[in-house]
Design a protein around this ligand. Structure first.
Ligand code: SF4
Length: 215
């Protein structure tokens, strides 16, 4: 594949949809919470849970850490699988407290790959969640891969459908300029295409990536 194809794709996506201004969240901690809650659920459900936390004025690591589990479950209920997500959030808070004393700045000072290893050791944090935290909450240059990435790029035979997560991540990172802004918006554009066009039944006729069939 031409090394410029990924950039050409990005250019088209950007022209089509404009800057996606990700991640939706007012603070790095809110982004972290959103990344943990968004697993296996629609973002609209995550927003409801985050709004509950905001209304209760507890969207702060120390306040969440002090919250009783039963109350946390009630706030997180709209996000689906709330028992599991409550536990995951608690595991993350334990890690954030013991390792970084709830300081985003301390976390930011750690090398991206070392921090990625640490996050992956937290019970319930998988690669997509860890990378979302690294990229969107902490500004690290780590490309986020999700199911839409796999679907879109395999449908165009640019990657194999079953390629391991880190192989896909490396494939993007090797070919794109190492720029946090590009990683940030590229993944957001992929999610947009996955939601709007590249569904189970793809709507290729309207999709800005239709040009890839003629390459
Ligand atoms: S909808 Fe069609 S053109 Fe668009 S990304 Fe999916 S397969 Fe490609």
């Amino acid at each position: 594949m031409s090394s410029n194809l990924l950039l050409e794709i990005y250019k088209r996506l950007r022209q089509d949809g404009g800057d996606q201004k990700w991640w939706p969240g007012d603070t790095p901690f809110e982004v972290m919470v959103g990344a943990i809650l968004t697993q296996n659920t629609a973002w609209t459900n995550v927003e409801k849970a985050i709004n509950n936390l905001k209304l209760a004025k507890v969207l702060h690591p120390k306040k969440l850490d002090r919250a009783p589990l039963a109350q946390l479950r009630v706030w997180l209920k709209p996000s689906g699988f709330f028992n599991i997500k409550t536990k995951r959030l608690k595991h993350f808070l334990d890690f954030f407290k013991s390792r970084y004393q709830f300081s985003v700045e301390k976390m930011k000072r750690v090398d991206a790959i070392a921090l990625r290893h640490e996050l992956l050791l937290v019970n319930g944090i998988g690669k997509e969640t860890a990378d979302s935290i690294l990229l969107y909450a902490l500004g690290k240059k780590i490309f986020v891969v999700d199911a839409y990435t796999r679907r879109i790029f395999s449908r165009h035979n640019l990657i194999e459908k079953d390629l391991p997560y880190d192989d896909i991540r490396n494939w993007f990172e090797k070919q794109l300029p190492a720029a946090q802004e590009i990683y940030n918006d590229y993944h957001a554009q992929i999610v947009r295409i996955g939601k709007d066009y590249c569904r189970k039944n793809p709507d290729c006729g309207r999709c800005p990536l239709e040009f890839l069939f003629h390459k």
